[in-house]
Design a protein around this ligand. Structure first.
Ligand code: CP
Ligand code: NVA
Length: 310
């Protein structure tokens, strides 16, 4: 894990399978310690600056609470409160913030913005979601699956829906941990082939399997877990009507879940839209672990903060 100290966390594709496992072990340990009455303050005196160009409930609150629980502090900023909103460059913002704080989290539209920020910052930069990746979410998802199933290698997860940021990071996550990820998207909504290629390269070293379908039932057959996400992500509001039409037949409902194993888990990164990508019955039913996933954002990110900033 020492190999992650001081590094950026922009994509899970840059993190080795051993580092992913190390982060999950540390997260599990931190979760146990909190249940047992708290940990010391290993990040005392450290500050995380958080820049949000898009709304957030889980990412914002779990990072802020996590920093406080580790003895540090977090500042939540939006672009318009910064001179960034008035045209100061990202490079100058990165150089300036690096003189004050120990890490920078950013949630923004273009992944290139995060890469640019990281290039000029001298402290670790954490990707809190871009149009391309959501690595903190995938880490929490792995933690949740490992906790519930006792292992990751050899598990089959099906992802049904849009080939978006959440799926891209799940492809890296499955590849790093030797899972089988079966993806079903409508034609035209497949994951980026470049991301799939990187994930397949990692998969060669772990025995993971990644397969792409256009038929939800084919992907879900025999799955240990079924994952979905919104059909229209933040920034795609004007495409919503078209997407709802294009995603007909891709709702995760009881009928689709019946194709999976009996003890299948239902995952969703949240926020969710009941009646669109998932039926109320499934997300609010006994197989759903969506709030465990949300909780595990906290534990997984504390492990990340401790490793990068510690
Ligand atoms: N899953 C997730 O990142 O949630 P928020 O958008 O609320 O941060
Ligand atoms: N794909 C969604 C995830 C939200 C956490 C989005 O980018 O809006």
């Amino acid at each position: 894990l020492n190999t992650l100290r001081g590094r950026d966390f922009l994509s899970l594709g840059d993190v080795s399978p051993a580092e992913v496992e190390g982060l999950l072990d540390l997260a599990e340990d931190l979760k146990k310690k909190r249940d047992a009455g708290g940990v010391a303050a290993p990040l005392a005196g450290k500050t995380l600056a958080m820049i949000f160009d898009k709304p957030s409930t889980r990412t914002r609150v779990s990072f802020e609470a996590g920093m406080i629980q580790l003895g540090g502090h977090a500042l939540s900023l939006n672009r318009n409160e910064l001179q960034l909103g008035r045209g100061e460059t990202l490079a100058d913002t990165a150089r300036t913030l690096s003189r004050y704080v120990d890490g920078i989290l950013i949630r923004t539209h273009s992944h290139a913005t995060v890469v640019e920020l990281a290039r000029h910052a001298t402290v670790p930069v954490i990707n809190g979601l871009t149009d391309r990746f959501h690595p903190c979410q995938a880490l929490a998802d792995l933690l949740t699956l490992r906790e519930k199933k006792g292992r990751l290698a050899g598990l089959k997860m099906a992802y049904v829906g849009d080939g978006n940021n959440v799926l891209h990071s799940l492809l890296h996550a499955a590849a790093a941990t030797g899972m089988h990820l079966a993806v079903a998207t409508p034609p035209g909504y497949e994951p980026d082939p470049e991301v799939v290629a990187v994930a397949n390269k990692i998969a060669l070293t772990t025995g993971a399997r990644l397969s792409l379908f256009h038929d939800p039932a084919a992907a879900v057959r025999g799955a240990d877990a079924v994952y979905t996400d919104v059909w229209a992500s933040m920034g795609q509001e004007e495409e919503k009507e078209r997407r709802i039409r294009d995603f007909q037949g891709f709702q995760v409902d009881s009928k689709l879940m019946a194709q999976a194993k009996e003890d299948v888990l239902f995952l969703h990164c949240l926020p969710a839209y009941r009646g669109l990508e998932v039926s109320e019955e499934v997300i609010d039913g006994p197989r759903s672990v969506v709030f465990d996933q949300a909780e595990n954002r906290l534990h997984a990110q504390k492990a990340l903060l401790l490793t990068l900033l510690g």
